[in-house]
Each structure stands twice: as C-alpha cells, then as structure tokens.
Design a protein around this ligand. Structure first.
Ligand SMILES: NC(=O)c1ccc[n+]([C@@H]2O[C@H](COP(=O)([O-])OP(=O)(O)OC[C@H]3O[C@@H](n4cnc5c(N)ncnc54)[C@H](OP(=O)(O)O)[C@@H]3O)[C@@H](O)[C@H]2O)c1
Length: 247
C-alpha cells in the first residue's frame, strides 16, 4: 500500500520531545524519511533508533536554533541527508512566562530566536528548493497565546503571533509555486515541556474537550496538513486545542 508521504523527506525541528517527537512518529508512520532534530545528540540518536526499529527511515541532524547561523547550518546539513526536504515542520519552541517588567534582553532574544527567527531562516534556506521542484509543505506550530492577549504571555505569544502572520504571508508568497504553508495552533498539551507547569488540569477541565491534549493529537493534524490530503489547504491555522479558543 502506498502511504501518503512515501518518498518524501520531512525535517521536524524539536523532534526529541513532546509534540515534535509525536509528529516525527506520525510522519514516519505515513512513509516519510524523517530527519530528527534538537540540540541534544544523545536524545536525537535515541529517537532515530526508535523510528528505525519501527521500520521507518530516519536520520538526525542536531542543531541549536537559538541563532540564525544554527538554523542555516541545520538546513544545509538536512539537505545532505537525502538530497531534499519536502516537508518542514517548524515545531522547536521555548516558552516561559512572566510580566513584561521581569523580562530581560536574553529572554527576548532567546524566545524570538528559537520561535520566530529559526523558522524564518529555515524557510528562507529550504523553501527555494521546494519551489524549484514545484511542491512542498511547511507546517508551523503556533499556540493559543498567539491569538489573544494574556498578562504573562506577551513575549511568548507575540513570537508565535508573528509566526502566524508569516504562515499567511508565506502561503501567499509560495503557494503559486506549489508550496503549501499552514499551521497548527495547539492548546494545553501534556508534554515534557509542560510537565512542570502546575494548574493546567483545572483550566483544561473548563474547555469543551474537558481535558489536556495528547501530543499525538497535534501530530495527526500536522500530518494531515503535510500530506496531499490537504492539497487545497493554504494559509490555514488549525486549532488543536480541545475547543479552547472557540468557546
Ligand atoms: N505543550 C503545549 O502545551 C504547547 C501548547 C502550545 C504550543 N506549543 C508549542 O509546541 C512546540 C513544542 O512544544 P512541546 O511542549 O512539545 O516542547 P518540549 O517538550 O519542551 O520540546 C521542545 C523541543 O524543542 C527542542 N529545542 C528547544 N530549544 C531548542 C533550541 N534552542 N534549538 C533546537 N531545538 C530546541 C528540544 O530539544 P533539545 O532540548 O534537545 O534542544 C525539544 O525537542 C513549541 O513550539 C511550543 O511553543 C506547545
């Protein structure tokens, strides 16, 4: 049976943990050759081992996306793995919260560097190759905090709100050349990254789904947007948040 992503190479940033790891699993299960990435080589290696032992094609390229040079280097090395990147999932992200008066220049540079500038420079380096082939898909991972103001999440939310606008701008820029750009907007998802965050359950109990989300539920939405099943979907922002932004 031909699977929807057979023959395609997918780079998933931040795929050693949480939503990114579940996304790497989902894309591999659909036939993609997955390039795993994160800063920690040992975690990358473990993830690749797990994918290969499930019968998938996988490699890793470790990278620190805190600087544009790190993003460019990841793009260059990822292109060498199979000679192409057909699907780019901009998932790596850092989140920390606090009032504006408490945030330092290091916080601003760190959050904007990983959440916004890295996707920008990865798209700049990888999408021209997709354009040359006339096909490709980019999926950005946003957040509910990109859609509304909240007192402690201005810095994090604004980094993702800029990525939200870029999703639409890139859809306009690259869609005519056959490259689709879309985004998922997760709500409260149980991951390693949110494990320490107390108090998510009581909030989740008030949303329509009445629970936290699972990373695989976000991954399924990413896999849909990355596949030809979403061939007429351009510039969409798909909430995967148990209804949190709707109600
Ligand atoms: N979990 C949620 O409730 C939630 C909700 C809305 C949106 N999101 C978004 O979903 C994405 C994933 O969240 P998550 O909860 O799954 O995160 P997570 O469990 O903390 O995992 C983050 C991933 O990003 C990588 N990463 C972090 N800093 C990096 C850097 N400087 N360079 C390269 N890779 C880096 C990490 O690997 P290394 O540490 O090895 O580098 C890891 O693989 C993020 O963009 C987040 O903003 C999450």
């Amino acid at each position: 049976m031909t699977t929807p992503l057979d023959g395609r190479t997918a780079l998933v940033t931040g795929s050693t943990s949480g939503i990114g790891r579940a996304t790497a699993d989902a894309l591999a299960a659909r036939g993609a050759h997955v390039i795993v990435s994160g800063r920690d080589e040992a975690r990358c290696e473990l993830m690749v081992k797990a994918l290969r032992s499930a019968g998938a094609a996988a490699d890793f390229v470790a990278a620190d996306l805190a600087t544009p040079a790190g993003a460019r280097s990841l793009a260059e090395r990822a292109l060498r793995v199979t000679g192409r990147v057909d699907v780019l999932v901009n998932n790596a992200g850092i989140y920390s919260f606090g009032p504006t008066t408490s945030r330092t220049e290091t916080d601003v540079d760190g959050i904007y560097g990983v959440n916004l500038k890295a996707p920008f420079f990865l798209v700049q380096a990888l999408v021209p190759h997709m354009v040359e082939r006339g096909s490709g898909a980019v999926v950005n991972v946003l957040t509910g905090a990109a859609h509304r103001g909240s007192a402690a999440a201005g810095l994090y939310g604004s980094s993702k709100a800029a990525l939200l606008l870029l999703t639409k701008a890139w859809a306009a820029e690259f869609g005519p050349s056959g490259v689709r750009v879309n985004a998922v907007s997760p709500g409260m998802i149980r991951t390693e990254g949110t494990a320490g965050g107390a108090g998510l359950e009581p909030i989740a109990a008030t949303i329509p789904a009445r629970r936290l989300g699972d990373p695989h539920e976000v991954a399924a939405a990413v896999a849909f947007l990355a596949s030809d099943e979403a061939a007429y979907v351009h510039g969409a922002i798909l909430p995967v948040d148990g209804g949190a932004t709707a109600a």
